[in-house]
Each structure stands twice: as structure tokens, then as C-alpha cells.
Design a protein around this ligand. Structure first.
Ligand code: PLP
Length: 449
């Protein structure tokens, strides 16, 4: 019985898979402030042309440049594991597999797209990238990727995470990046938030506003987004492509796939290559797992909204809790985002993807059980997928079904020990579904049409 299912370096995928080619309906276009679809020009102030083309492309397969594959080879192909020991602990007939994305230098799936984005920006003659980071995983990834291709990197880190994760800051600095606690006084966006709340915990939406503002104001500077956009999900499909090959090596195919869902990049990354089979008639459930305190898919509204808190980005049709919704300060910082990928939102709206929400304490219980059985201490974001997988494995134990379950271990939790400490001290809370706050921010949705 195999535990690690490994691909050779030469078997690393050569192309990214573009889900748009297999969607039943064309993707909804992003809209400008006038309510009309934005063309490539509107994005050119902050993204290089190659990424804008990928953002709009309907081609099924897009070649991964050799220079990008060369850097990805530092940790890819990533291993697929059979979680024998977790299965035993749960006494379940279900077969549990997980794709281990924690093996990248930054500790998560995020460098898969960071490396590609840094490469295309370098090709376009850009000198500096700005970005936001929540948990610190994305900031580290873009710092690493900037270092690989000789770009400067400036990171706006959500204030609450800046305090919770000092060593993520140090890691970014080790790779040469400059890091600020957001909101800052450096941007108009940050100053406007601080004027209302000088002790703001910050949010991904606010940090995005700051990073976009800086990039838009300087010709040699572009912005890099760690999730949500089509090209980011595209770059992450290498995860699902590899997992599919690895499962085939042991004669398996998943009945269900679970992944944590913040902006949707690791969920899309693992799920989309399997969606191609679903579109061709195969039976498979693809399930995004989110926090009950920031329940974008399960309780949000499908509407056009801004991607950032201040309203600088084009409008995207997505499940949203309202762009100025301030999620409770849960420990899965990477899941505190008001919106979701437009592609995932559309497929979810059409009933082709599933979603569940899990409360914070259950996710930490799952993370600890996983660490005790499989050894790896998971990131608080990843524990959401583990918790949902455990729920299903327990259900299988009751019904006797031997389902094949796959989840994405999107990252390790080595920099999240403060959060684990608080869990062990009994200090973590399960936040109630913030119904009033969501209602209030949904009242501020932009009017379209
Ligand atoms: C380890 C980890 N998993 C999941 C996520 C959620 O992001 P996404 O939905 O884009 O994969 C993050 C975001 O920071 C993360 O750091």
C-alpha cells in the first residue's frame, strides 16, 4: 500500500488548463465604472499584456514557459499522499488522499502563480511588484518569485496578520521584500480607512486597494494578485493536473474533492482539471470549504461588486458579502475575503460546484487530528478542507461507503503556532454568522445597469 505517490520532474505538466473552454456559458465580463465591459486597456495600468491575454483567453491549454517550469521544479511535482493513518484513526472505509502543496519554499500553493506572474512582469520590463497579503503566504510567495526574477517587491500585509505572524514578515524580508502593516499612511486608500478607524485590523480588500493604488500611479510598477482572477486560477491548475496523473498511477479517481476557498485559487487549481471530466459527464463532487464567519458562497449574494474594499478594481460578478464587509479576525487569514473568483462563482451559481462552511473550532480540531495522524501541521486555511473531508469520512463510516476523497493541503502551519496556541488555551471563538454586518455591507453594493 503506497503512502506517497510521486511524479518524476519530467512528468510535470507542460500546459495550464483553462476551465473557460469547458464552461457551459461564457464567463461574465468585468465591468468598468460606467457599467460597460472593461477591455484589456483598463487592466494595462497594473498588469502585463501576457497576463491580460490569459485573463481573457478561452483556449483550453496554455503553455507554461520553460523559465517558469525551471523554477517550479524546485519543489514540483508535489507529492500526493494516501492518508492511511488518518483513515485508521477515523475508522472509515473511505480512501483519503491529499495533495501536499505545503512543500513549496513559501509553504503553500501560492508560489505556483507567483513565479508565473513575476516571469511575465519581468518579460514586460517591469521593475517592481506591489501586492497584498493576508496570512502572509502570498506575500512570501511573491517575495520569493520577485527574488527569482530580479524584481523589487512591496507587500501590504493585513494588520491583524502582521501582528499574529512576525516571522512571515521576516521571511518576506529574507527574500528581499519591503513589508507594511495595512492600512498604512502611504496611500489615499489606507488613510481613508485609518481616518474612520485608527485601530483597524485591516482586511484583504483594504490591502488590495493600497497595493493597486501604488501600482496604478507608477509606470515601472505593476500589481500582482494572489487569487480571484482567471489567470491566477489558471496557473494553479498544475495542482489538479498532477493529482489526476498521480491518482491514475494507483488506479483511483475521486468521488469528492475538497479545498479551502478564500478567493478560490487553490480550490480552482485542484478542482478545474477534474471539472473537465465532469463537463464530459463524469460523476464527481467539487466542494469549496469556507469559514462560517466569512461565508461568501454559502451565504453571499451573486452580484457585481468591487474586488477591493475601496472600489478601485473593475466590478466582477461574484458571490460577495459586500466589498466593505469586515470579516471577524479568524485565524485563517487567507479566507477573510468578501468575494470569490468570478469563474467559481458562476459555476457554483449554475449548480456545478458545491460549497460548505465550517466553524473555526472544528477546523482546529481537524488540524490537530491531521497532525497527530499524518504528521504535518496544516495551515489554518487548509484545516477547513481537512474538517470537511473528516465530516465526509465519518459519514462513510456510518453508511459503509468506500468513497475516494481528495483534499488539497494548501499549506503548512509552521508560522501559525500562535493560532494553535490560542486553540490549545481554549481562547478561540466560533463567530456567529455575522448577519447584520453582511446585510449592512450588501446594502452598499454598486448599482449596475
Ligand atoms: C495556505 C492557504 N490556503 C488557502 C488560501 C486561500 O486562498 P485561495 O482561495 O486563493 O486558495 C490561502 C490564502 O492566503 C492560504 O495561504
Amino acid at each position: 500500500m503506497k503512502t506517497k505517490i510521486l511524479l518524476k520532474e519530467s512528468e510535470m505538466p507542460t500546459h495550464w488548463y483553462n476551465v473557460i473552454a469547458d464552461m457551459p456559458n461564457p464567463p461574465t465580463p468585468p465591468l468598468g465604472p460606467d457599467g460597460n465591459p472593461v477591455g484589456p486597456d483598463a487592466l494595462a495600468a497594473i498588469f502585463p499584456e501576457a497576463l491580460i491575454q490569459q485573463e481573457m483567453s478561452g483556449e483550453r491549454w496554455i503553455k507554461i514557459p520553460d523559465e517558469v517550469r525551471e523554477v517550479l521544479r524546485l519543489w514540483r511535482p508535489s507529492p500526493l499522499y494516501r492518508a492511511h493513518r488518518l483513515e485508521k484513526m477515523l475508522n472509515t472505509p473511505a480512501k483519503i488522499f491529499y495533495k501536499n502543496e505545503s512543500v513549496s519554499p513559501a509553504g503553500s500553493h501560492k508560489p505556483n502563480t507567483a513565479v508565473a506572474q513575476a516571469y511575465y512582469n519581468k518579460q514586460a520590463g517591469i521593475k517592481k511588484l506591489t501586492t497584498e497579503t493576508g496570512a502572509g503566504q502570498w506575500g512570501c510567495s511573491i517575495a520569493l518569485a520577485g527574488q527569482m526574477f530580479g524584481l523589487e517587491v512591496e507587500v501590504f500585509m493585513v494588520n491583524i496578520s502582521y501582528g499574529q505572524k512576525p516571522y512571515r514578515r521576516t521571511m518576506m524580508k529574507t527574500w528581499g521584500a519591503q513589508v507594511h502593516a495595512s492600512p498604512t499612511n502611504l496611500t489615499e486608500s489606507g488613510r481613508s480607512v485609518l481616518a474612520k478607524d485608527p485601530n483597524s485590523e485591516g482586511s484583504l480588500g483594504i490591502a488590495i486597494s493600497e497595493a493597486v493604488e501604488i501600482a496604478a500611479s507608477r509606470p515601472d510598477t505593476n500589481y500582482a494578485l494572489g487569487s480571484v482572477l482567471n489567470h491566477v486560477l489558471l496557473h494553479q491548475t498544475i495542482i489538479g493536473e498532477e493529482a489526476k496523473k498521480q491518482l491514475a498511477m494507483v488506479g483511483e479517481y475521486p468521488d469528492m474533492i475538497f479545498a479551502p476557498c478564500g478567493g478560490g485559487s487553490n480550490f480552482g487549481g485542484i478542482a478545474f482539471p477534474f471539472f473537465a471530466d465532469k463537463a464530459a459527464g463524469k460523476q464527481i463532487e467539487l466542494i469549496a470549504v469556507e469559514p462560517t464567519s466569512c461565508p461568501t458562497l454559502t451565504k453571499g449574494t451573486y452580484a457585481y461588486d468591487f474586488g477591493d474594499a475601496i472600489g478601485l478594481t473593475p466590478l466582477m460578478k461574484m458571490y460577495t458579502l459586500g466589498h466593505d464587509f469586515m470579516p471577524p479576525g479568524i485565524h485563517a487569514g487567507g479566507l477573510r475575503y468578501h468575494g470569490d473568483s468570478a469563474l467559481i462563482s458562476q459555476l457554483y451559481n449554475e449548480g456545478l460546484l458545491g460549497a460548505v462552511a465550517v466553524p473555526q473550532i472544528e477546523t482546529f480540531e481537524a488540524g490537530v487530528l491531521f497532525a497527530k495522524s499524518e504528521g504535518i501541521v496544516p495551515a489554518p486555511e487548509s484545516t477547513h478542507a481537512i474538517a470537511a473531508t473528516i465530516r465526509e469520512a465519518k459519514r462513510c463510516a456510518e453508511t459503509g461507503e468506500a468513497k475516494t476523497l481528495l483534499f488539497n493541503l494548501s499549506g503548512h502551519g509552521h508560522f501559525d503556532m500562535t493560532s494553535y496556541d490560542r486553540y490549545f488555551a481554549g481562547e478561540l471563538e466560533d463567530y456567529d454568522y455575522p448577519e447584520e454586518a453582511i446585510k449592512e455591507s450588501l446594502a452598499h453594493l454598486p448599482k449596475v445597469g
